[in-house]
Design a protein around this ligand. Structure first.
Ligand SMILES: Nc1ncnc2c1ncn2[C@@H]1O[C@H](COP(=O)(O)OP(=O)(O)O)[C@@H](O)[C@H]1O
Ligand SMILES: [Mg+2]
Length: 290
């Protein structure tokens, strides 16, 4: 199991330099916590900051990103497997500043992302990865073995929860399940629909502490998104809330989280580069020394 998972990640990370796009899966334990809205609006936020983004609706058969954007997708991810199309045929270009692959709706339970499909998908992804800075995957609710195997190929996982105890325990269970497969994959926590910033932060800190104590896994806090009726209104108008109400609290809130994330991301890059330059200096030193 681990061998295959590692092979997948290596495949995706084979261009592991600064041009290597970051792959992020957005997950939750419980459904309905705001995963799709976050995936979509976070992608648009990244694009606002000048990043090239591909958003993948992995809620295959029950996808709704196209509904949230108010567009009709002519191709979906299922076509990649059934109609022998290539990934370039199914990418919807430039909608709201991001590229997008639809999950398709009306096919609940019919689609299963088995090993063969996962491998094919990752092969196809490799063809376009270089064109992007970030590739986000809005994963379906719940954790299946197939989903987790796919997650193993990601650079990072965003775990979304609401402040409700049922949502938090499900998020914890999802993290626990992933850790059974891979303890080292970087994870970020987001609480959505918090009543206020400090309550939300409390929720995240408690979850982080439980994960550290019982799973011996360090997770980072990405941010708190408040409960805001703007989201419902934007959904009804089939527009991402960042575009529907750019000045609303929730939009500023999300842009701030995205900005902080990018700062952290840059810091990590800097550290990695320093590390690389340290190694190359060391190599030069030894070569000269010989
Ligand atoms: N921050 C928020 N404030 C208020 N309502 C929200 C917020 N985030 C999500 N919602 C509500 O929850 C619903 C489900 O969100 P969605 O992103 O589709 O969840 P998921 O993808 O996790 O199933 C939205 O249609 C909206 O009504
Ligand atoms: Mg969803």
């Amino acid at each position: 199991m681990m061998d295959q998972a590692e092979a997948l990640r290596k495949k995706l990370a084979s261009m592991n330099d600064d041009n290597h796009p970051k792959t992020i899966a957005v997950i939750s334990g419980k459904g309905g916590v705001g995963k799709s809205n976050l995936s979509l609006n976070f992608s648009i936020a990244l694009s606002n900051y000048g990043k090239k983004v591909l958003l993948f609706d992995m809620d295959i058969g029950m996808g709704n990103i196209d509904i949230l954007m108010g567009i009709t997708a002519h191709h979906t991810i299922a076509d990649l497997f059934e109609d022998n199309l290539t990934i370039n045929d199914i990418i919807i270009k430039g909608t709201e500043g991001i590229d997008y692959i639809a999950g398709g709706n009306g096919l609940p339970n019919l689609f299963k992302l088995d090993d063969k499909k996962t491998e094919y998908l990752i092969d196809q992804l490799q063809l376009v990865l270089n064109e992007y800075d970030f590739v986000l995957f809005d994963m379906g609710a719940g954790m299946t073995e197939e989903n987790v195997k796919f997650l193993m190929a990601m650079d990072e996982i965003f775990v979304i929860t609401t402040p409700e105890p049922t949502s938090i325990t499900d998020a914890y269970s999802a993290i626990k399940y992933i850790c059974l497969f891979d303890q080292s994959i970087p994870m970020y926590l987001v609480v959505n629909r918090a009543e206020n910033e400090s309550d939300g932060l409390q929720t995240l800190k408690r979850l982080r502490q439980a994960v550290l104590q019982f799973l011996v896994k360090e997770v980072k806090i990405l941010g708190v998104l408040l409960d805001d009726r703007t989201v419902q209104r934007a959904v009804s108008h089939q527009k991402p809330f960042l575009l529907y109400a750019p000045k609303a609290g929730i939009s500023k809130n999300l842009l701030e989280i995205c900005n902080k994330y990018l700062e952290k991301n840059n810091e990590q890059k800097l550290i990695r580069n320093q590390h690389i330059s340290f190694i190359s200096k060391l190599q030069r030193f030894f070569v000269r020394g010989r």
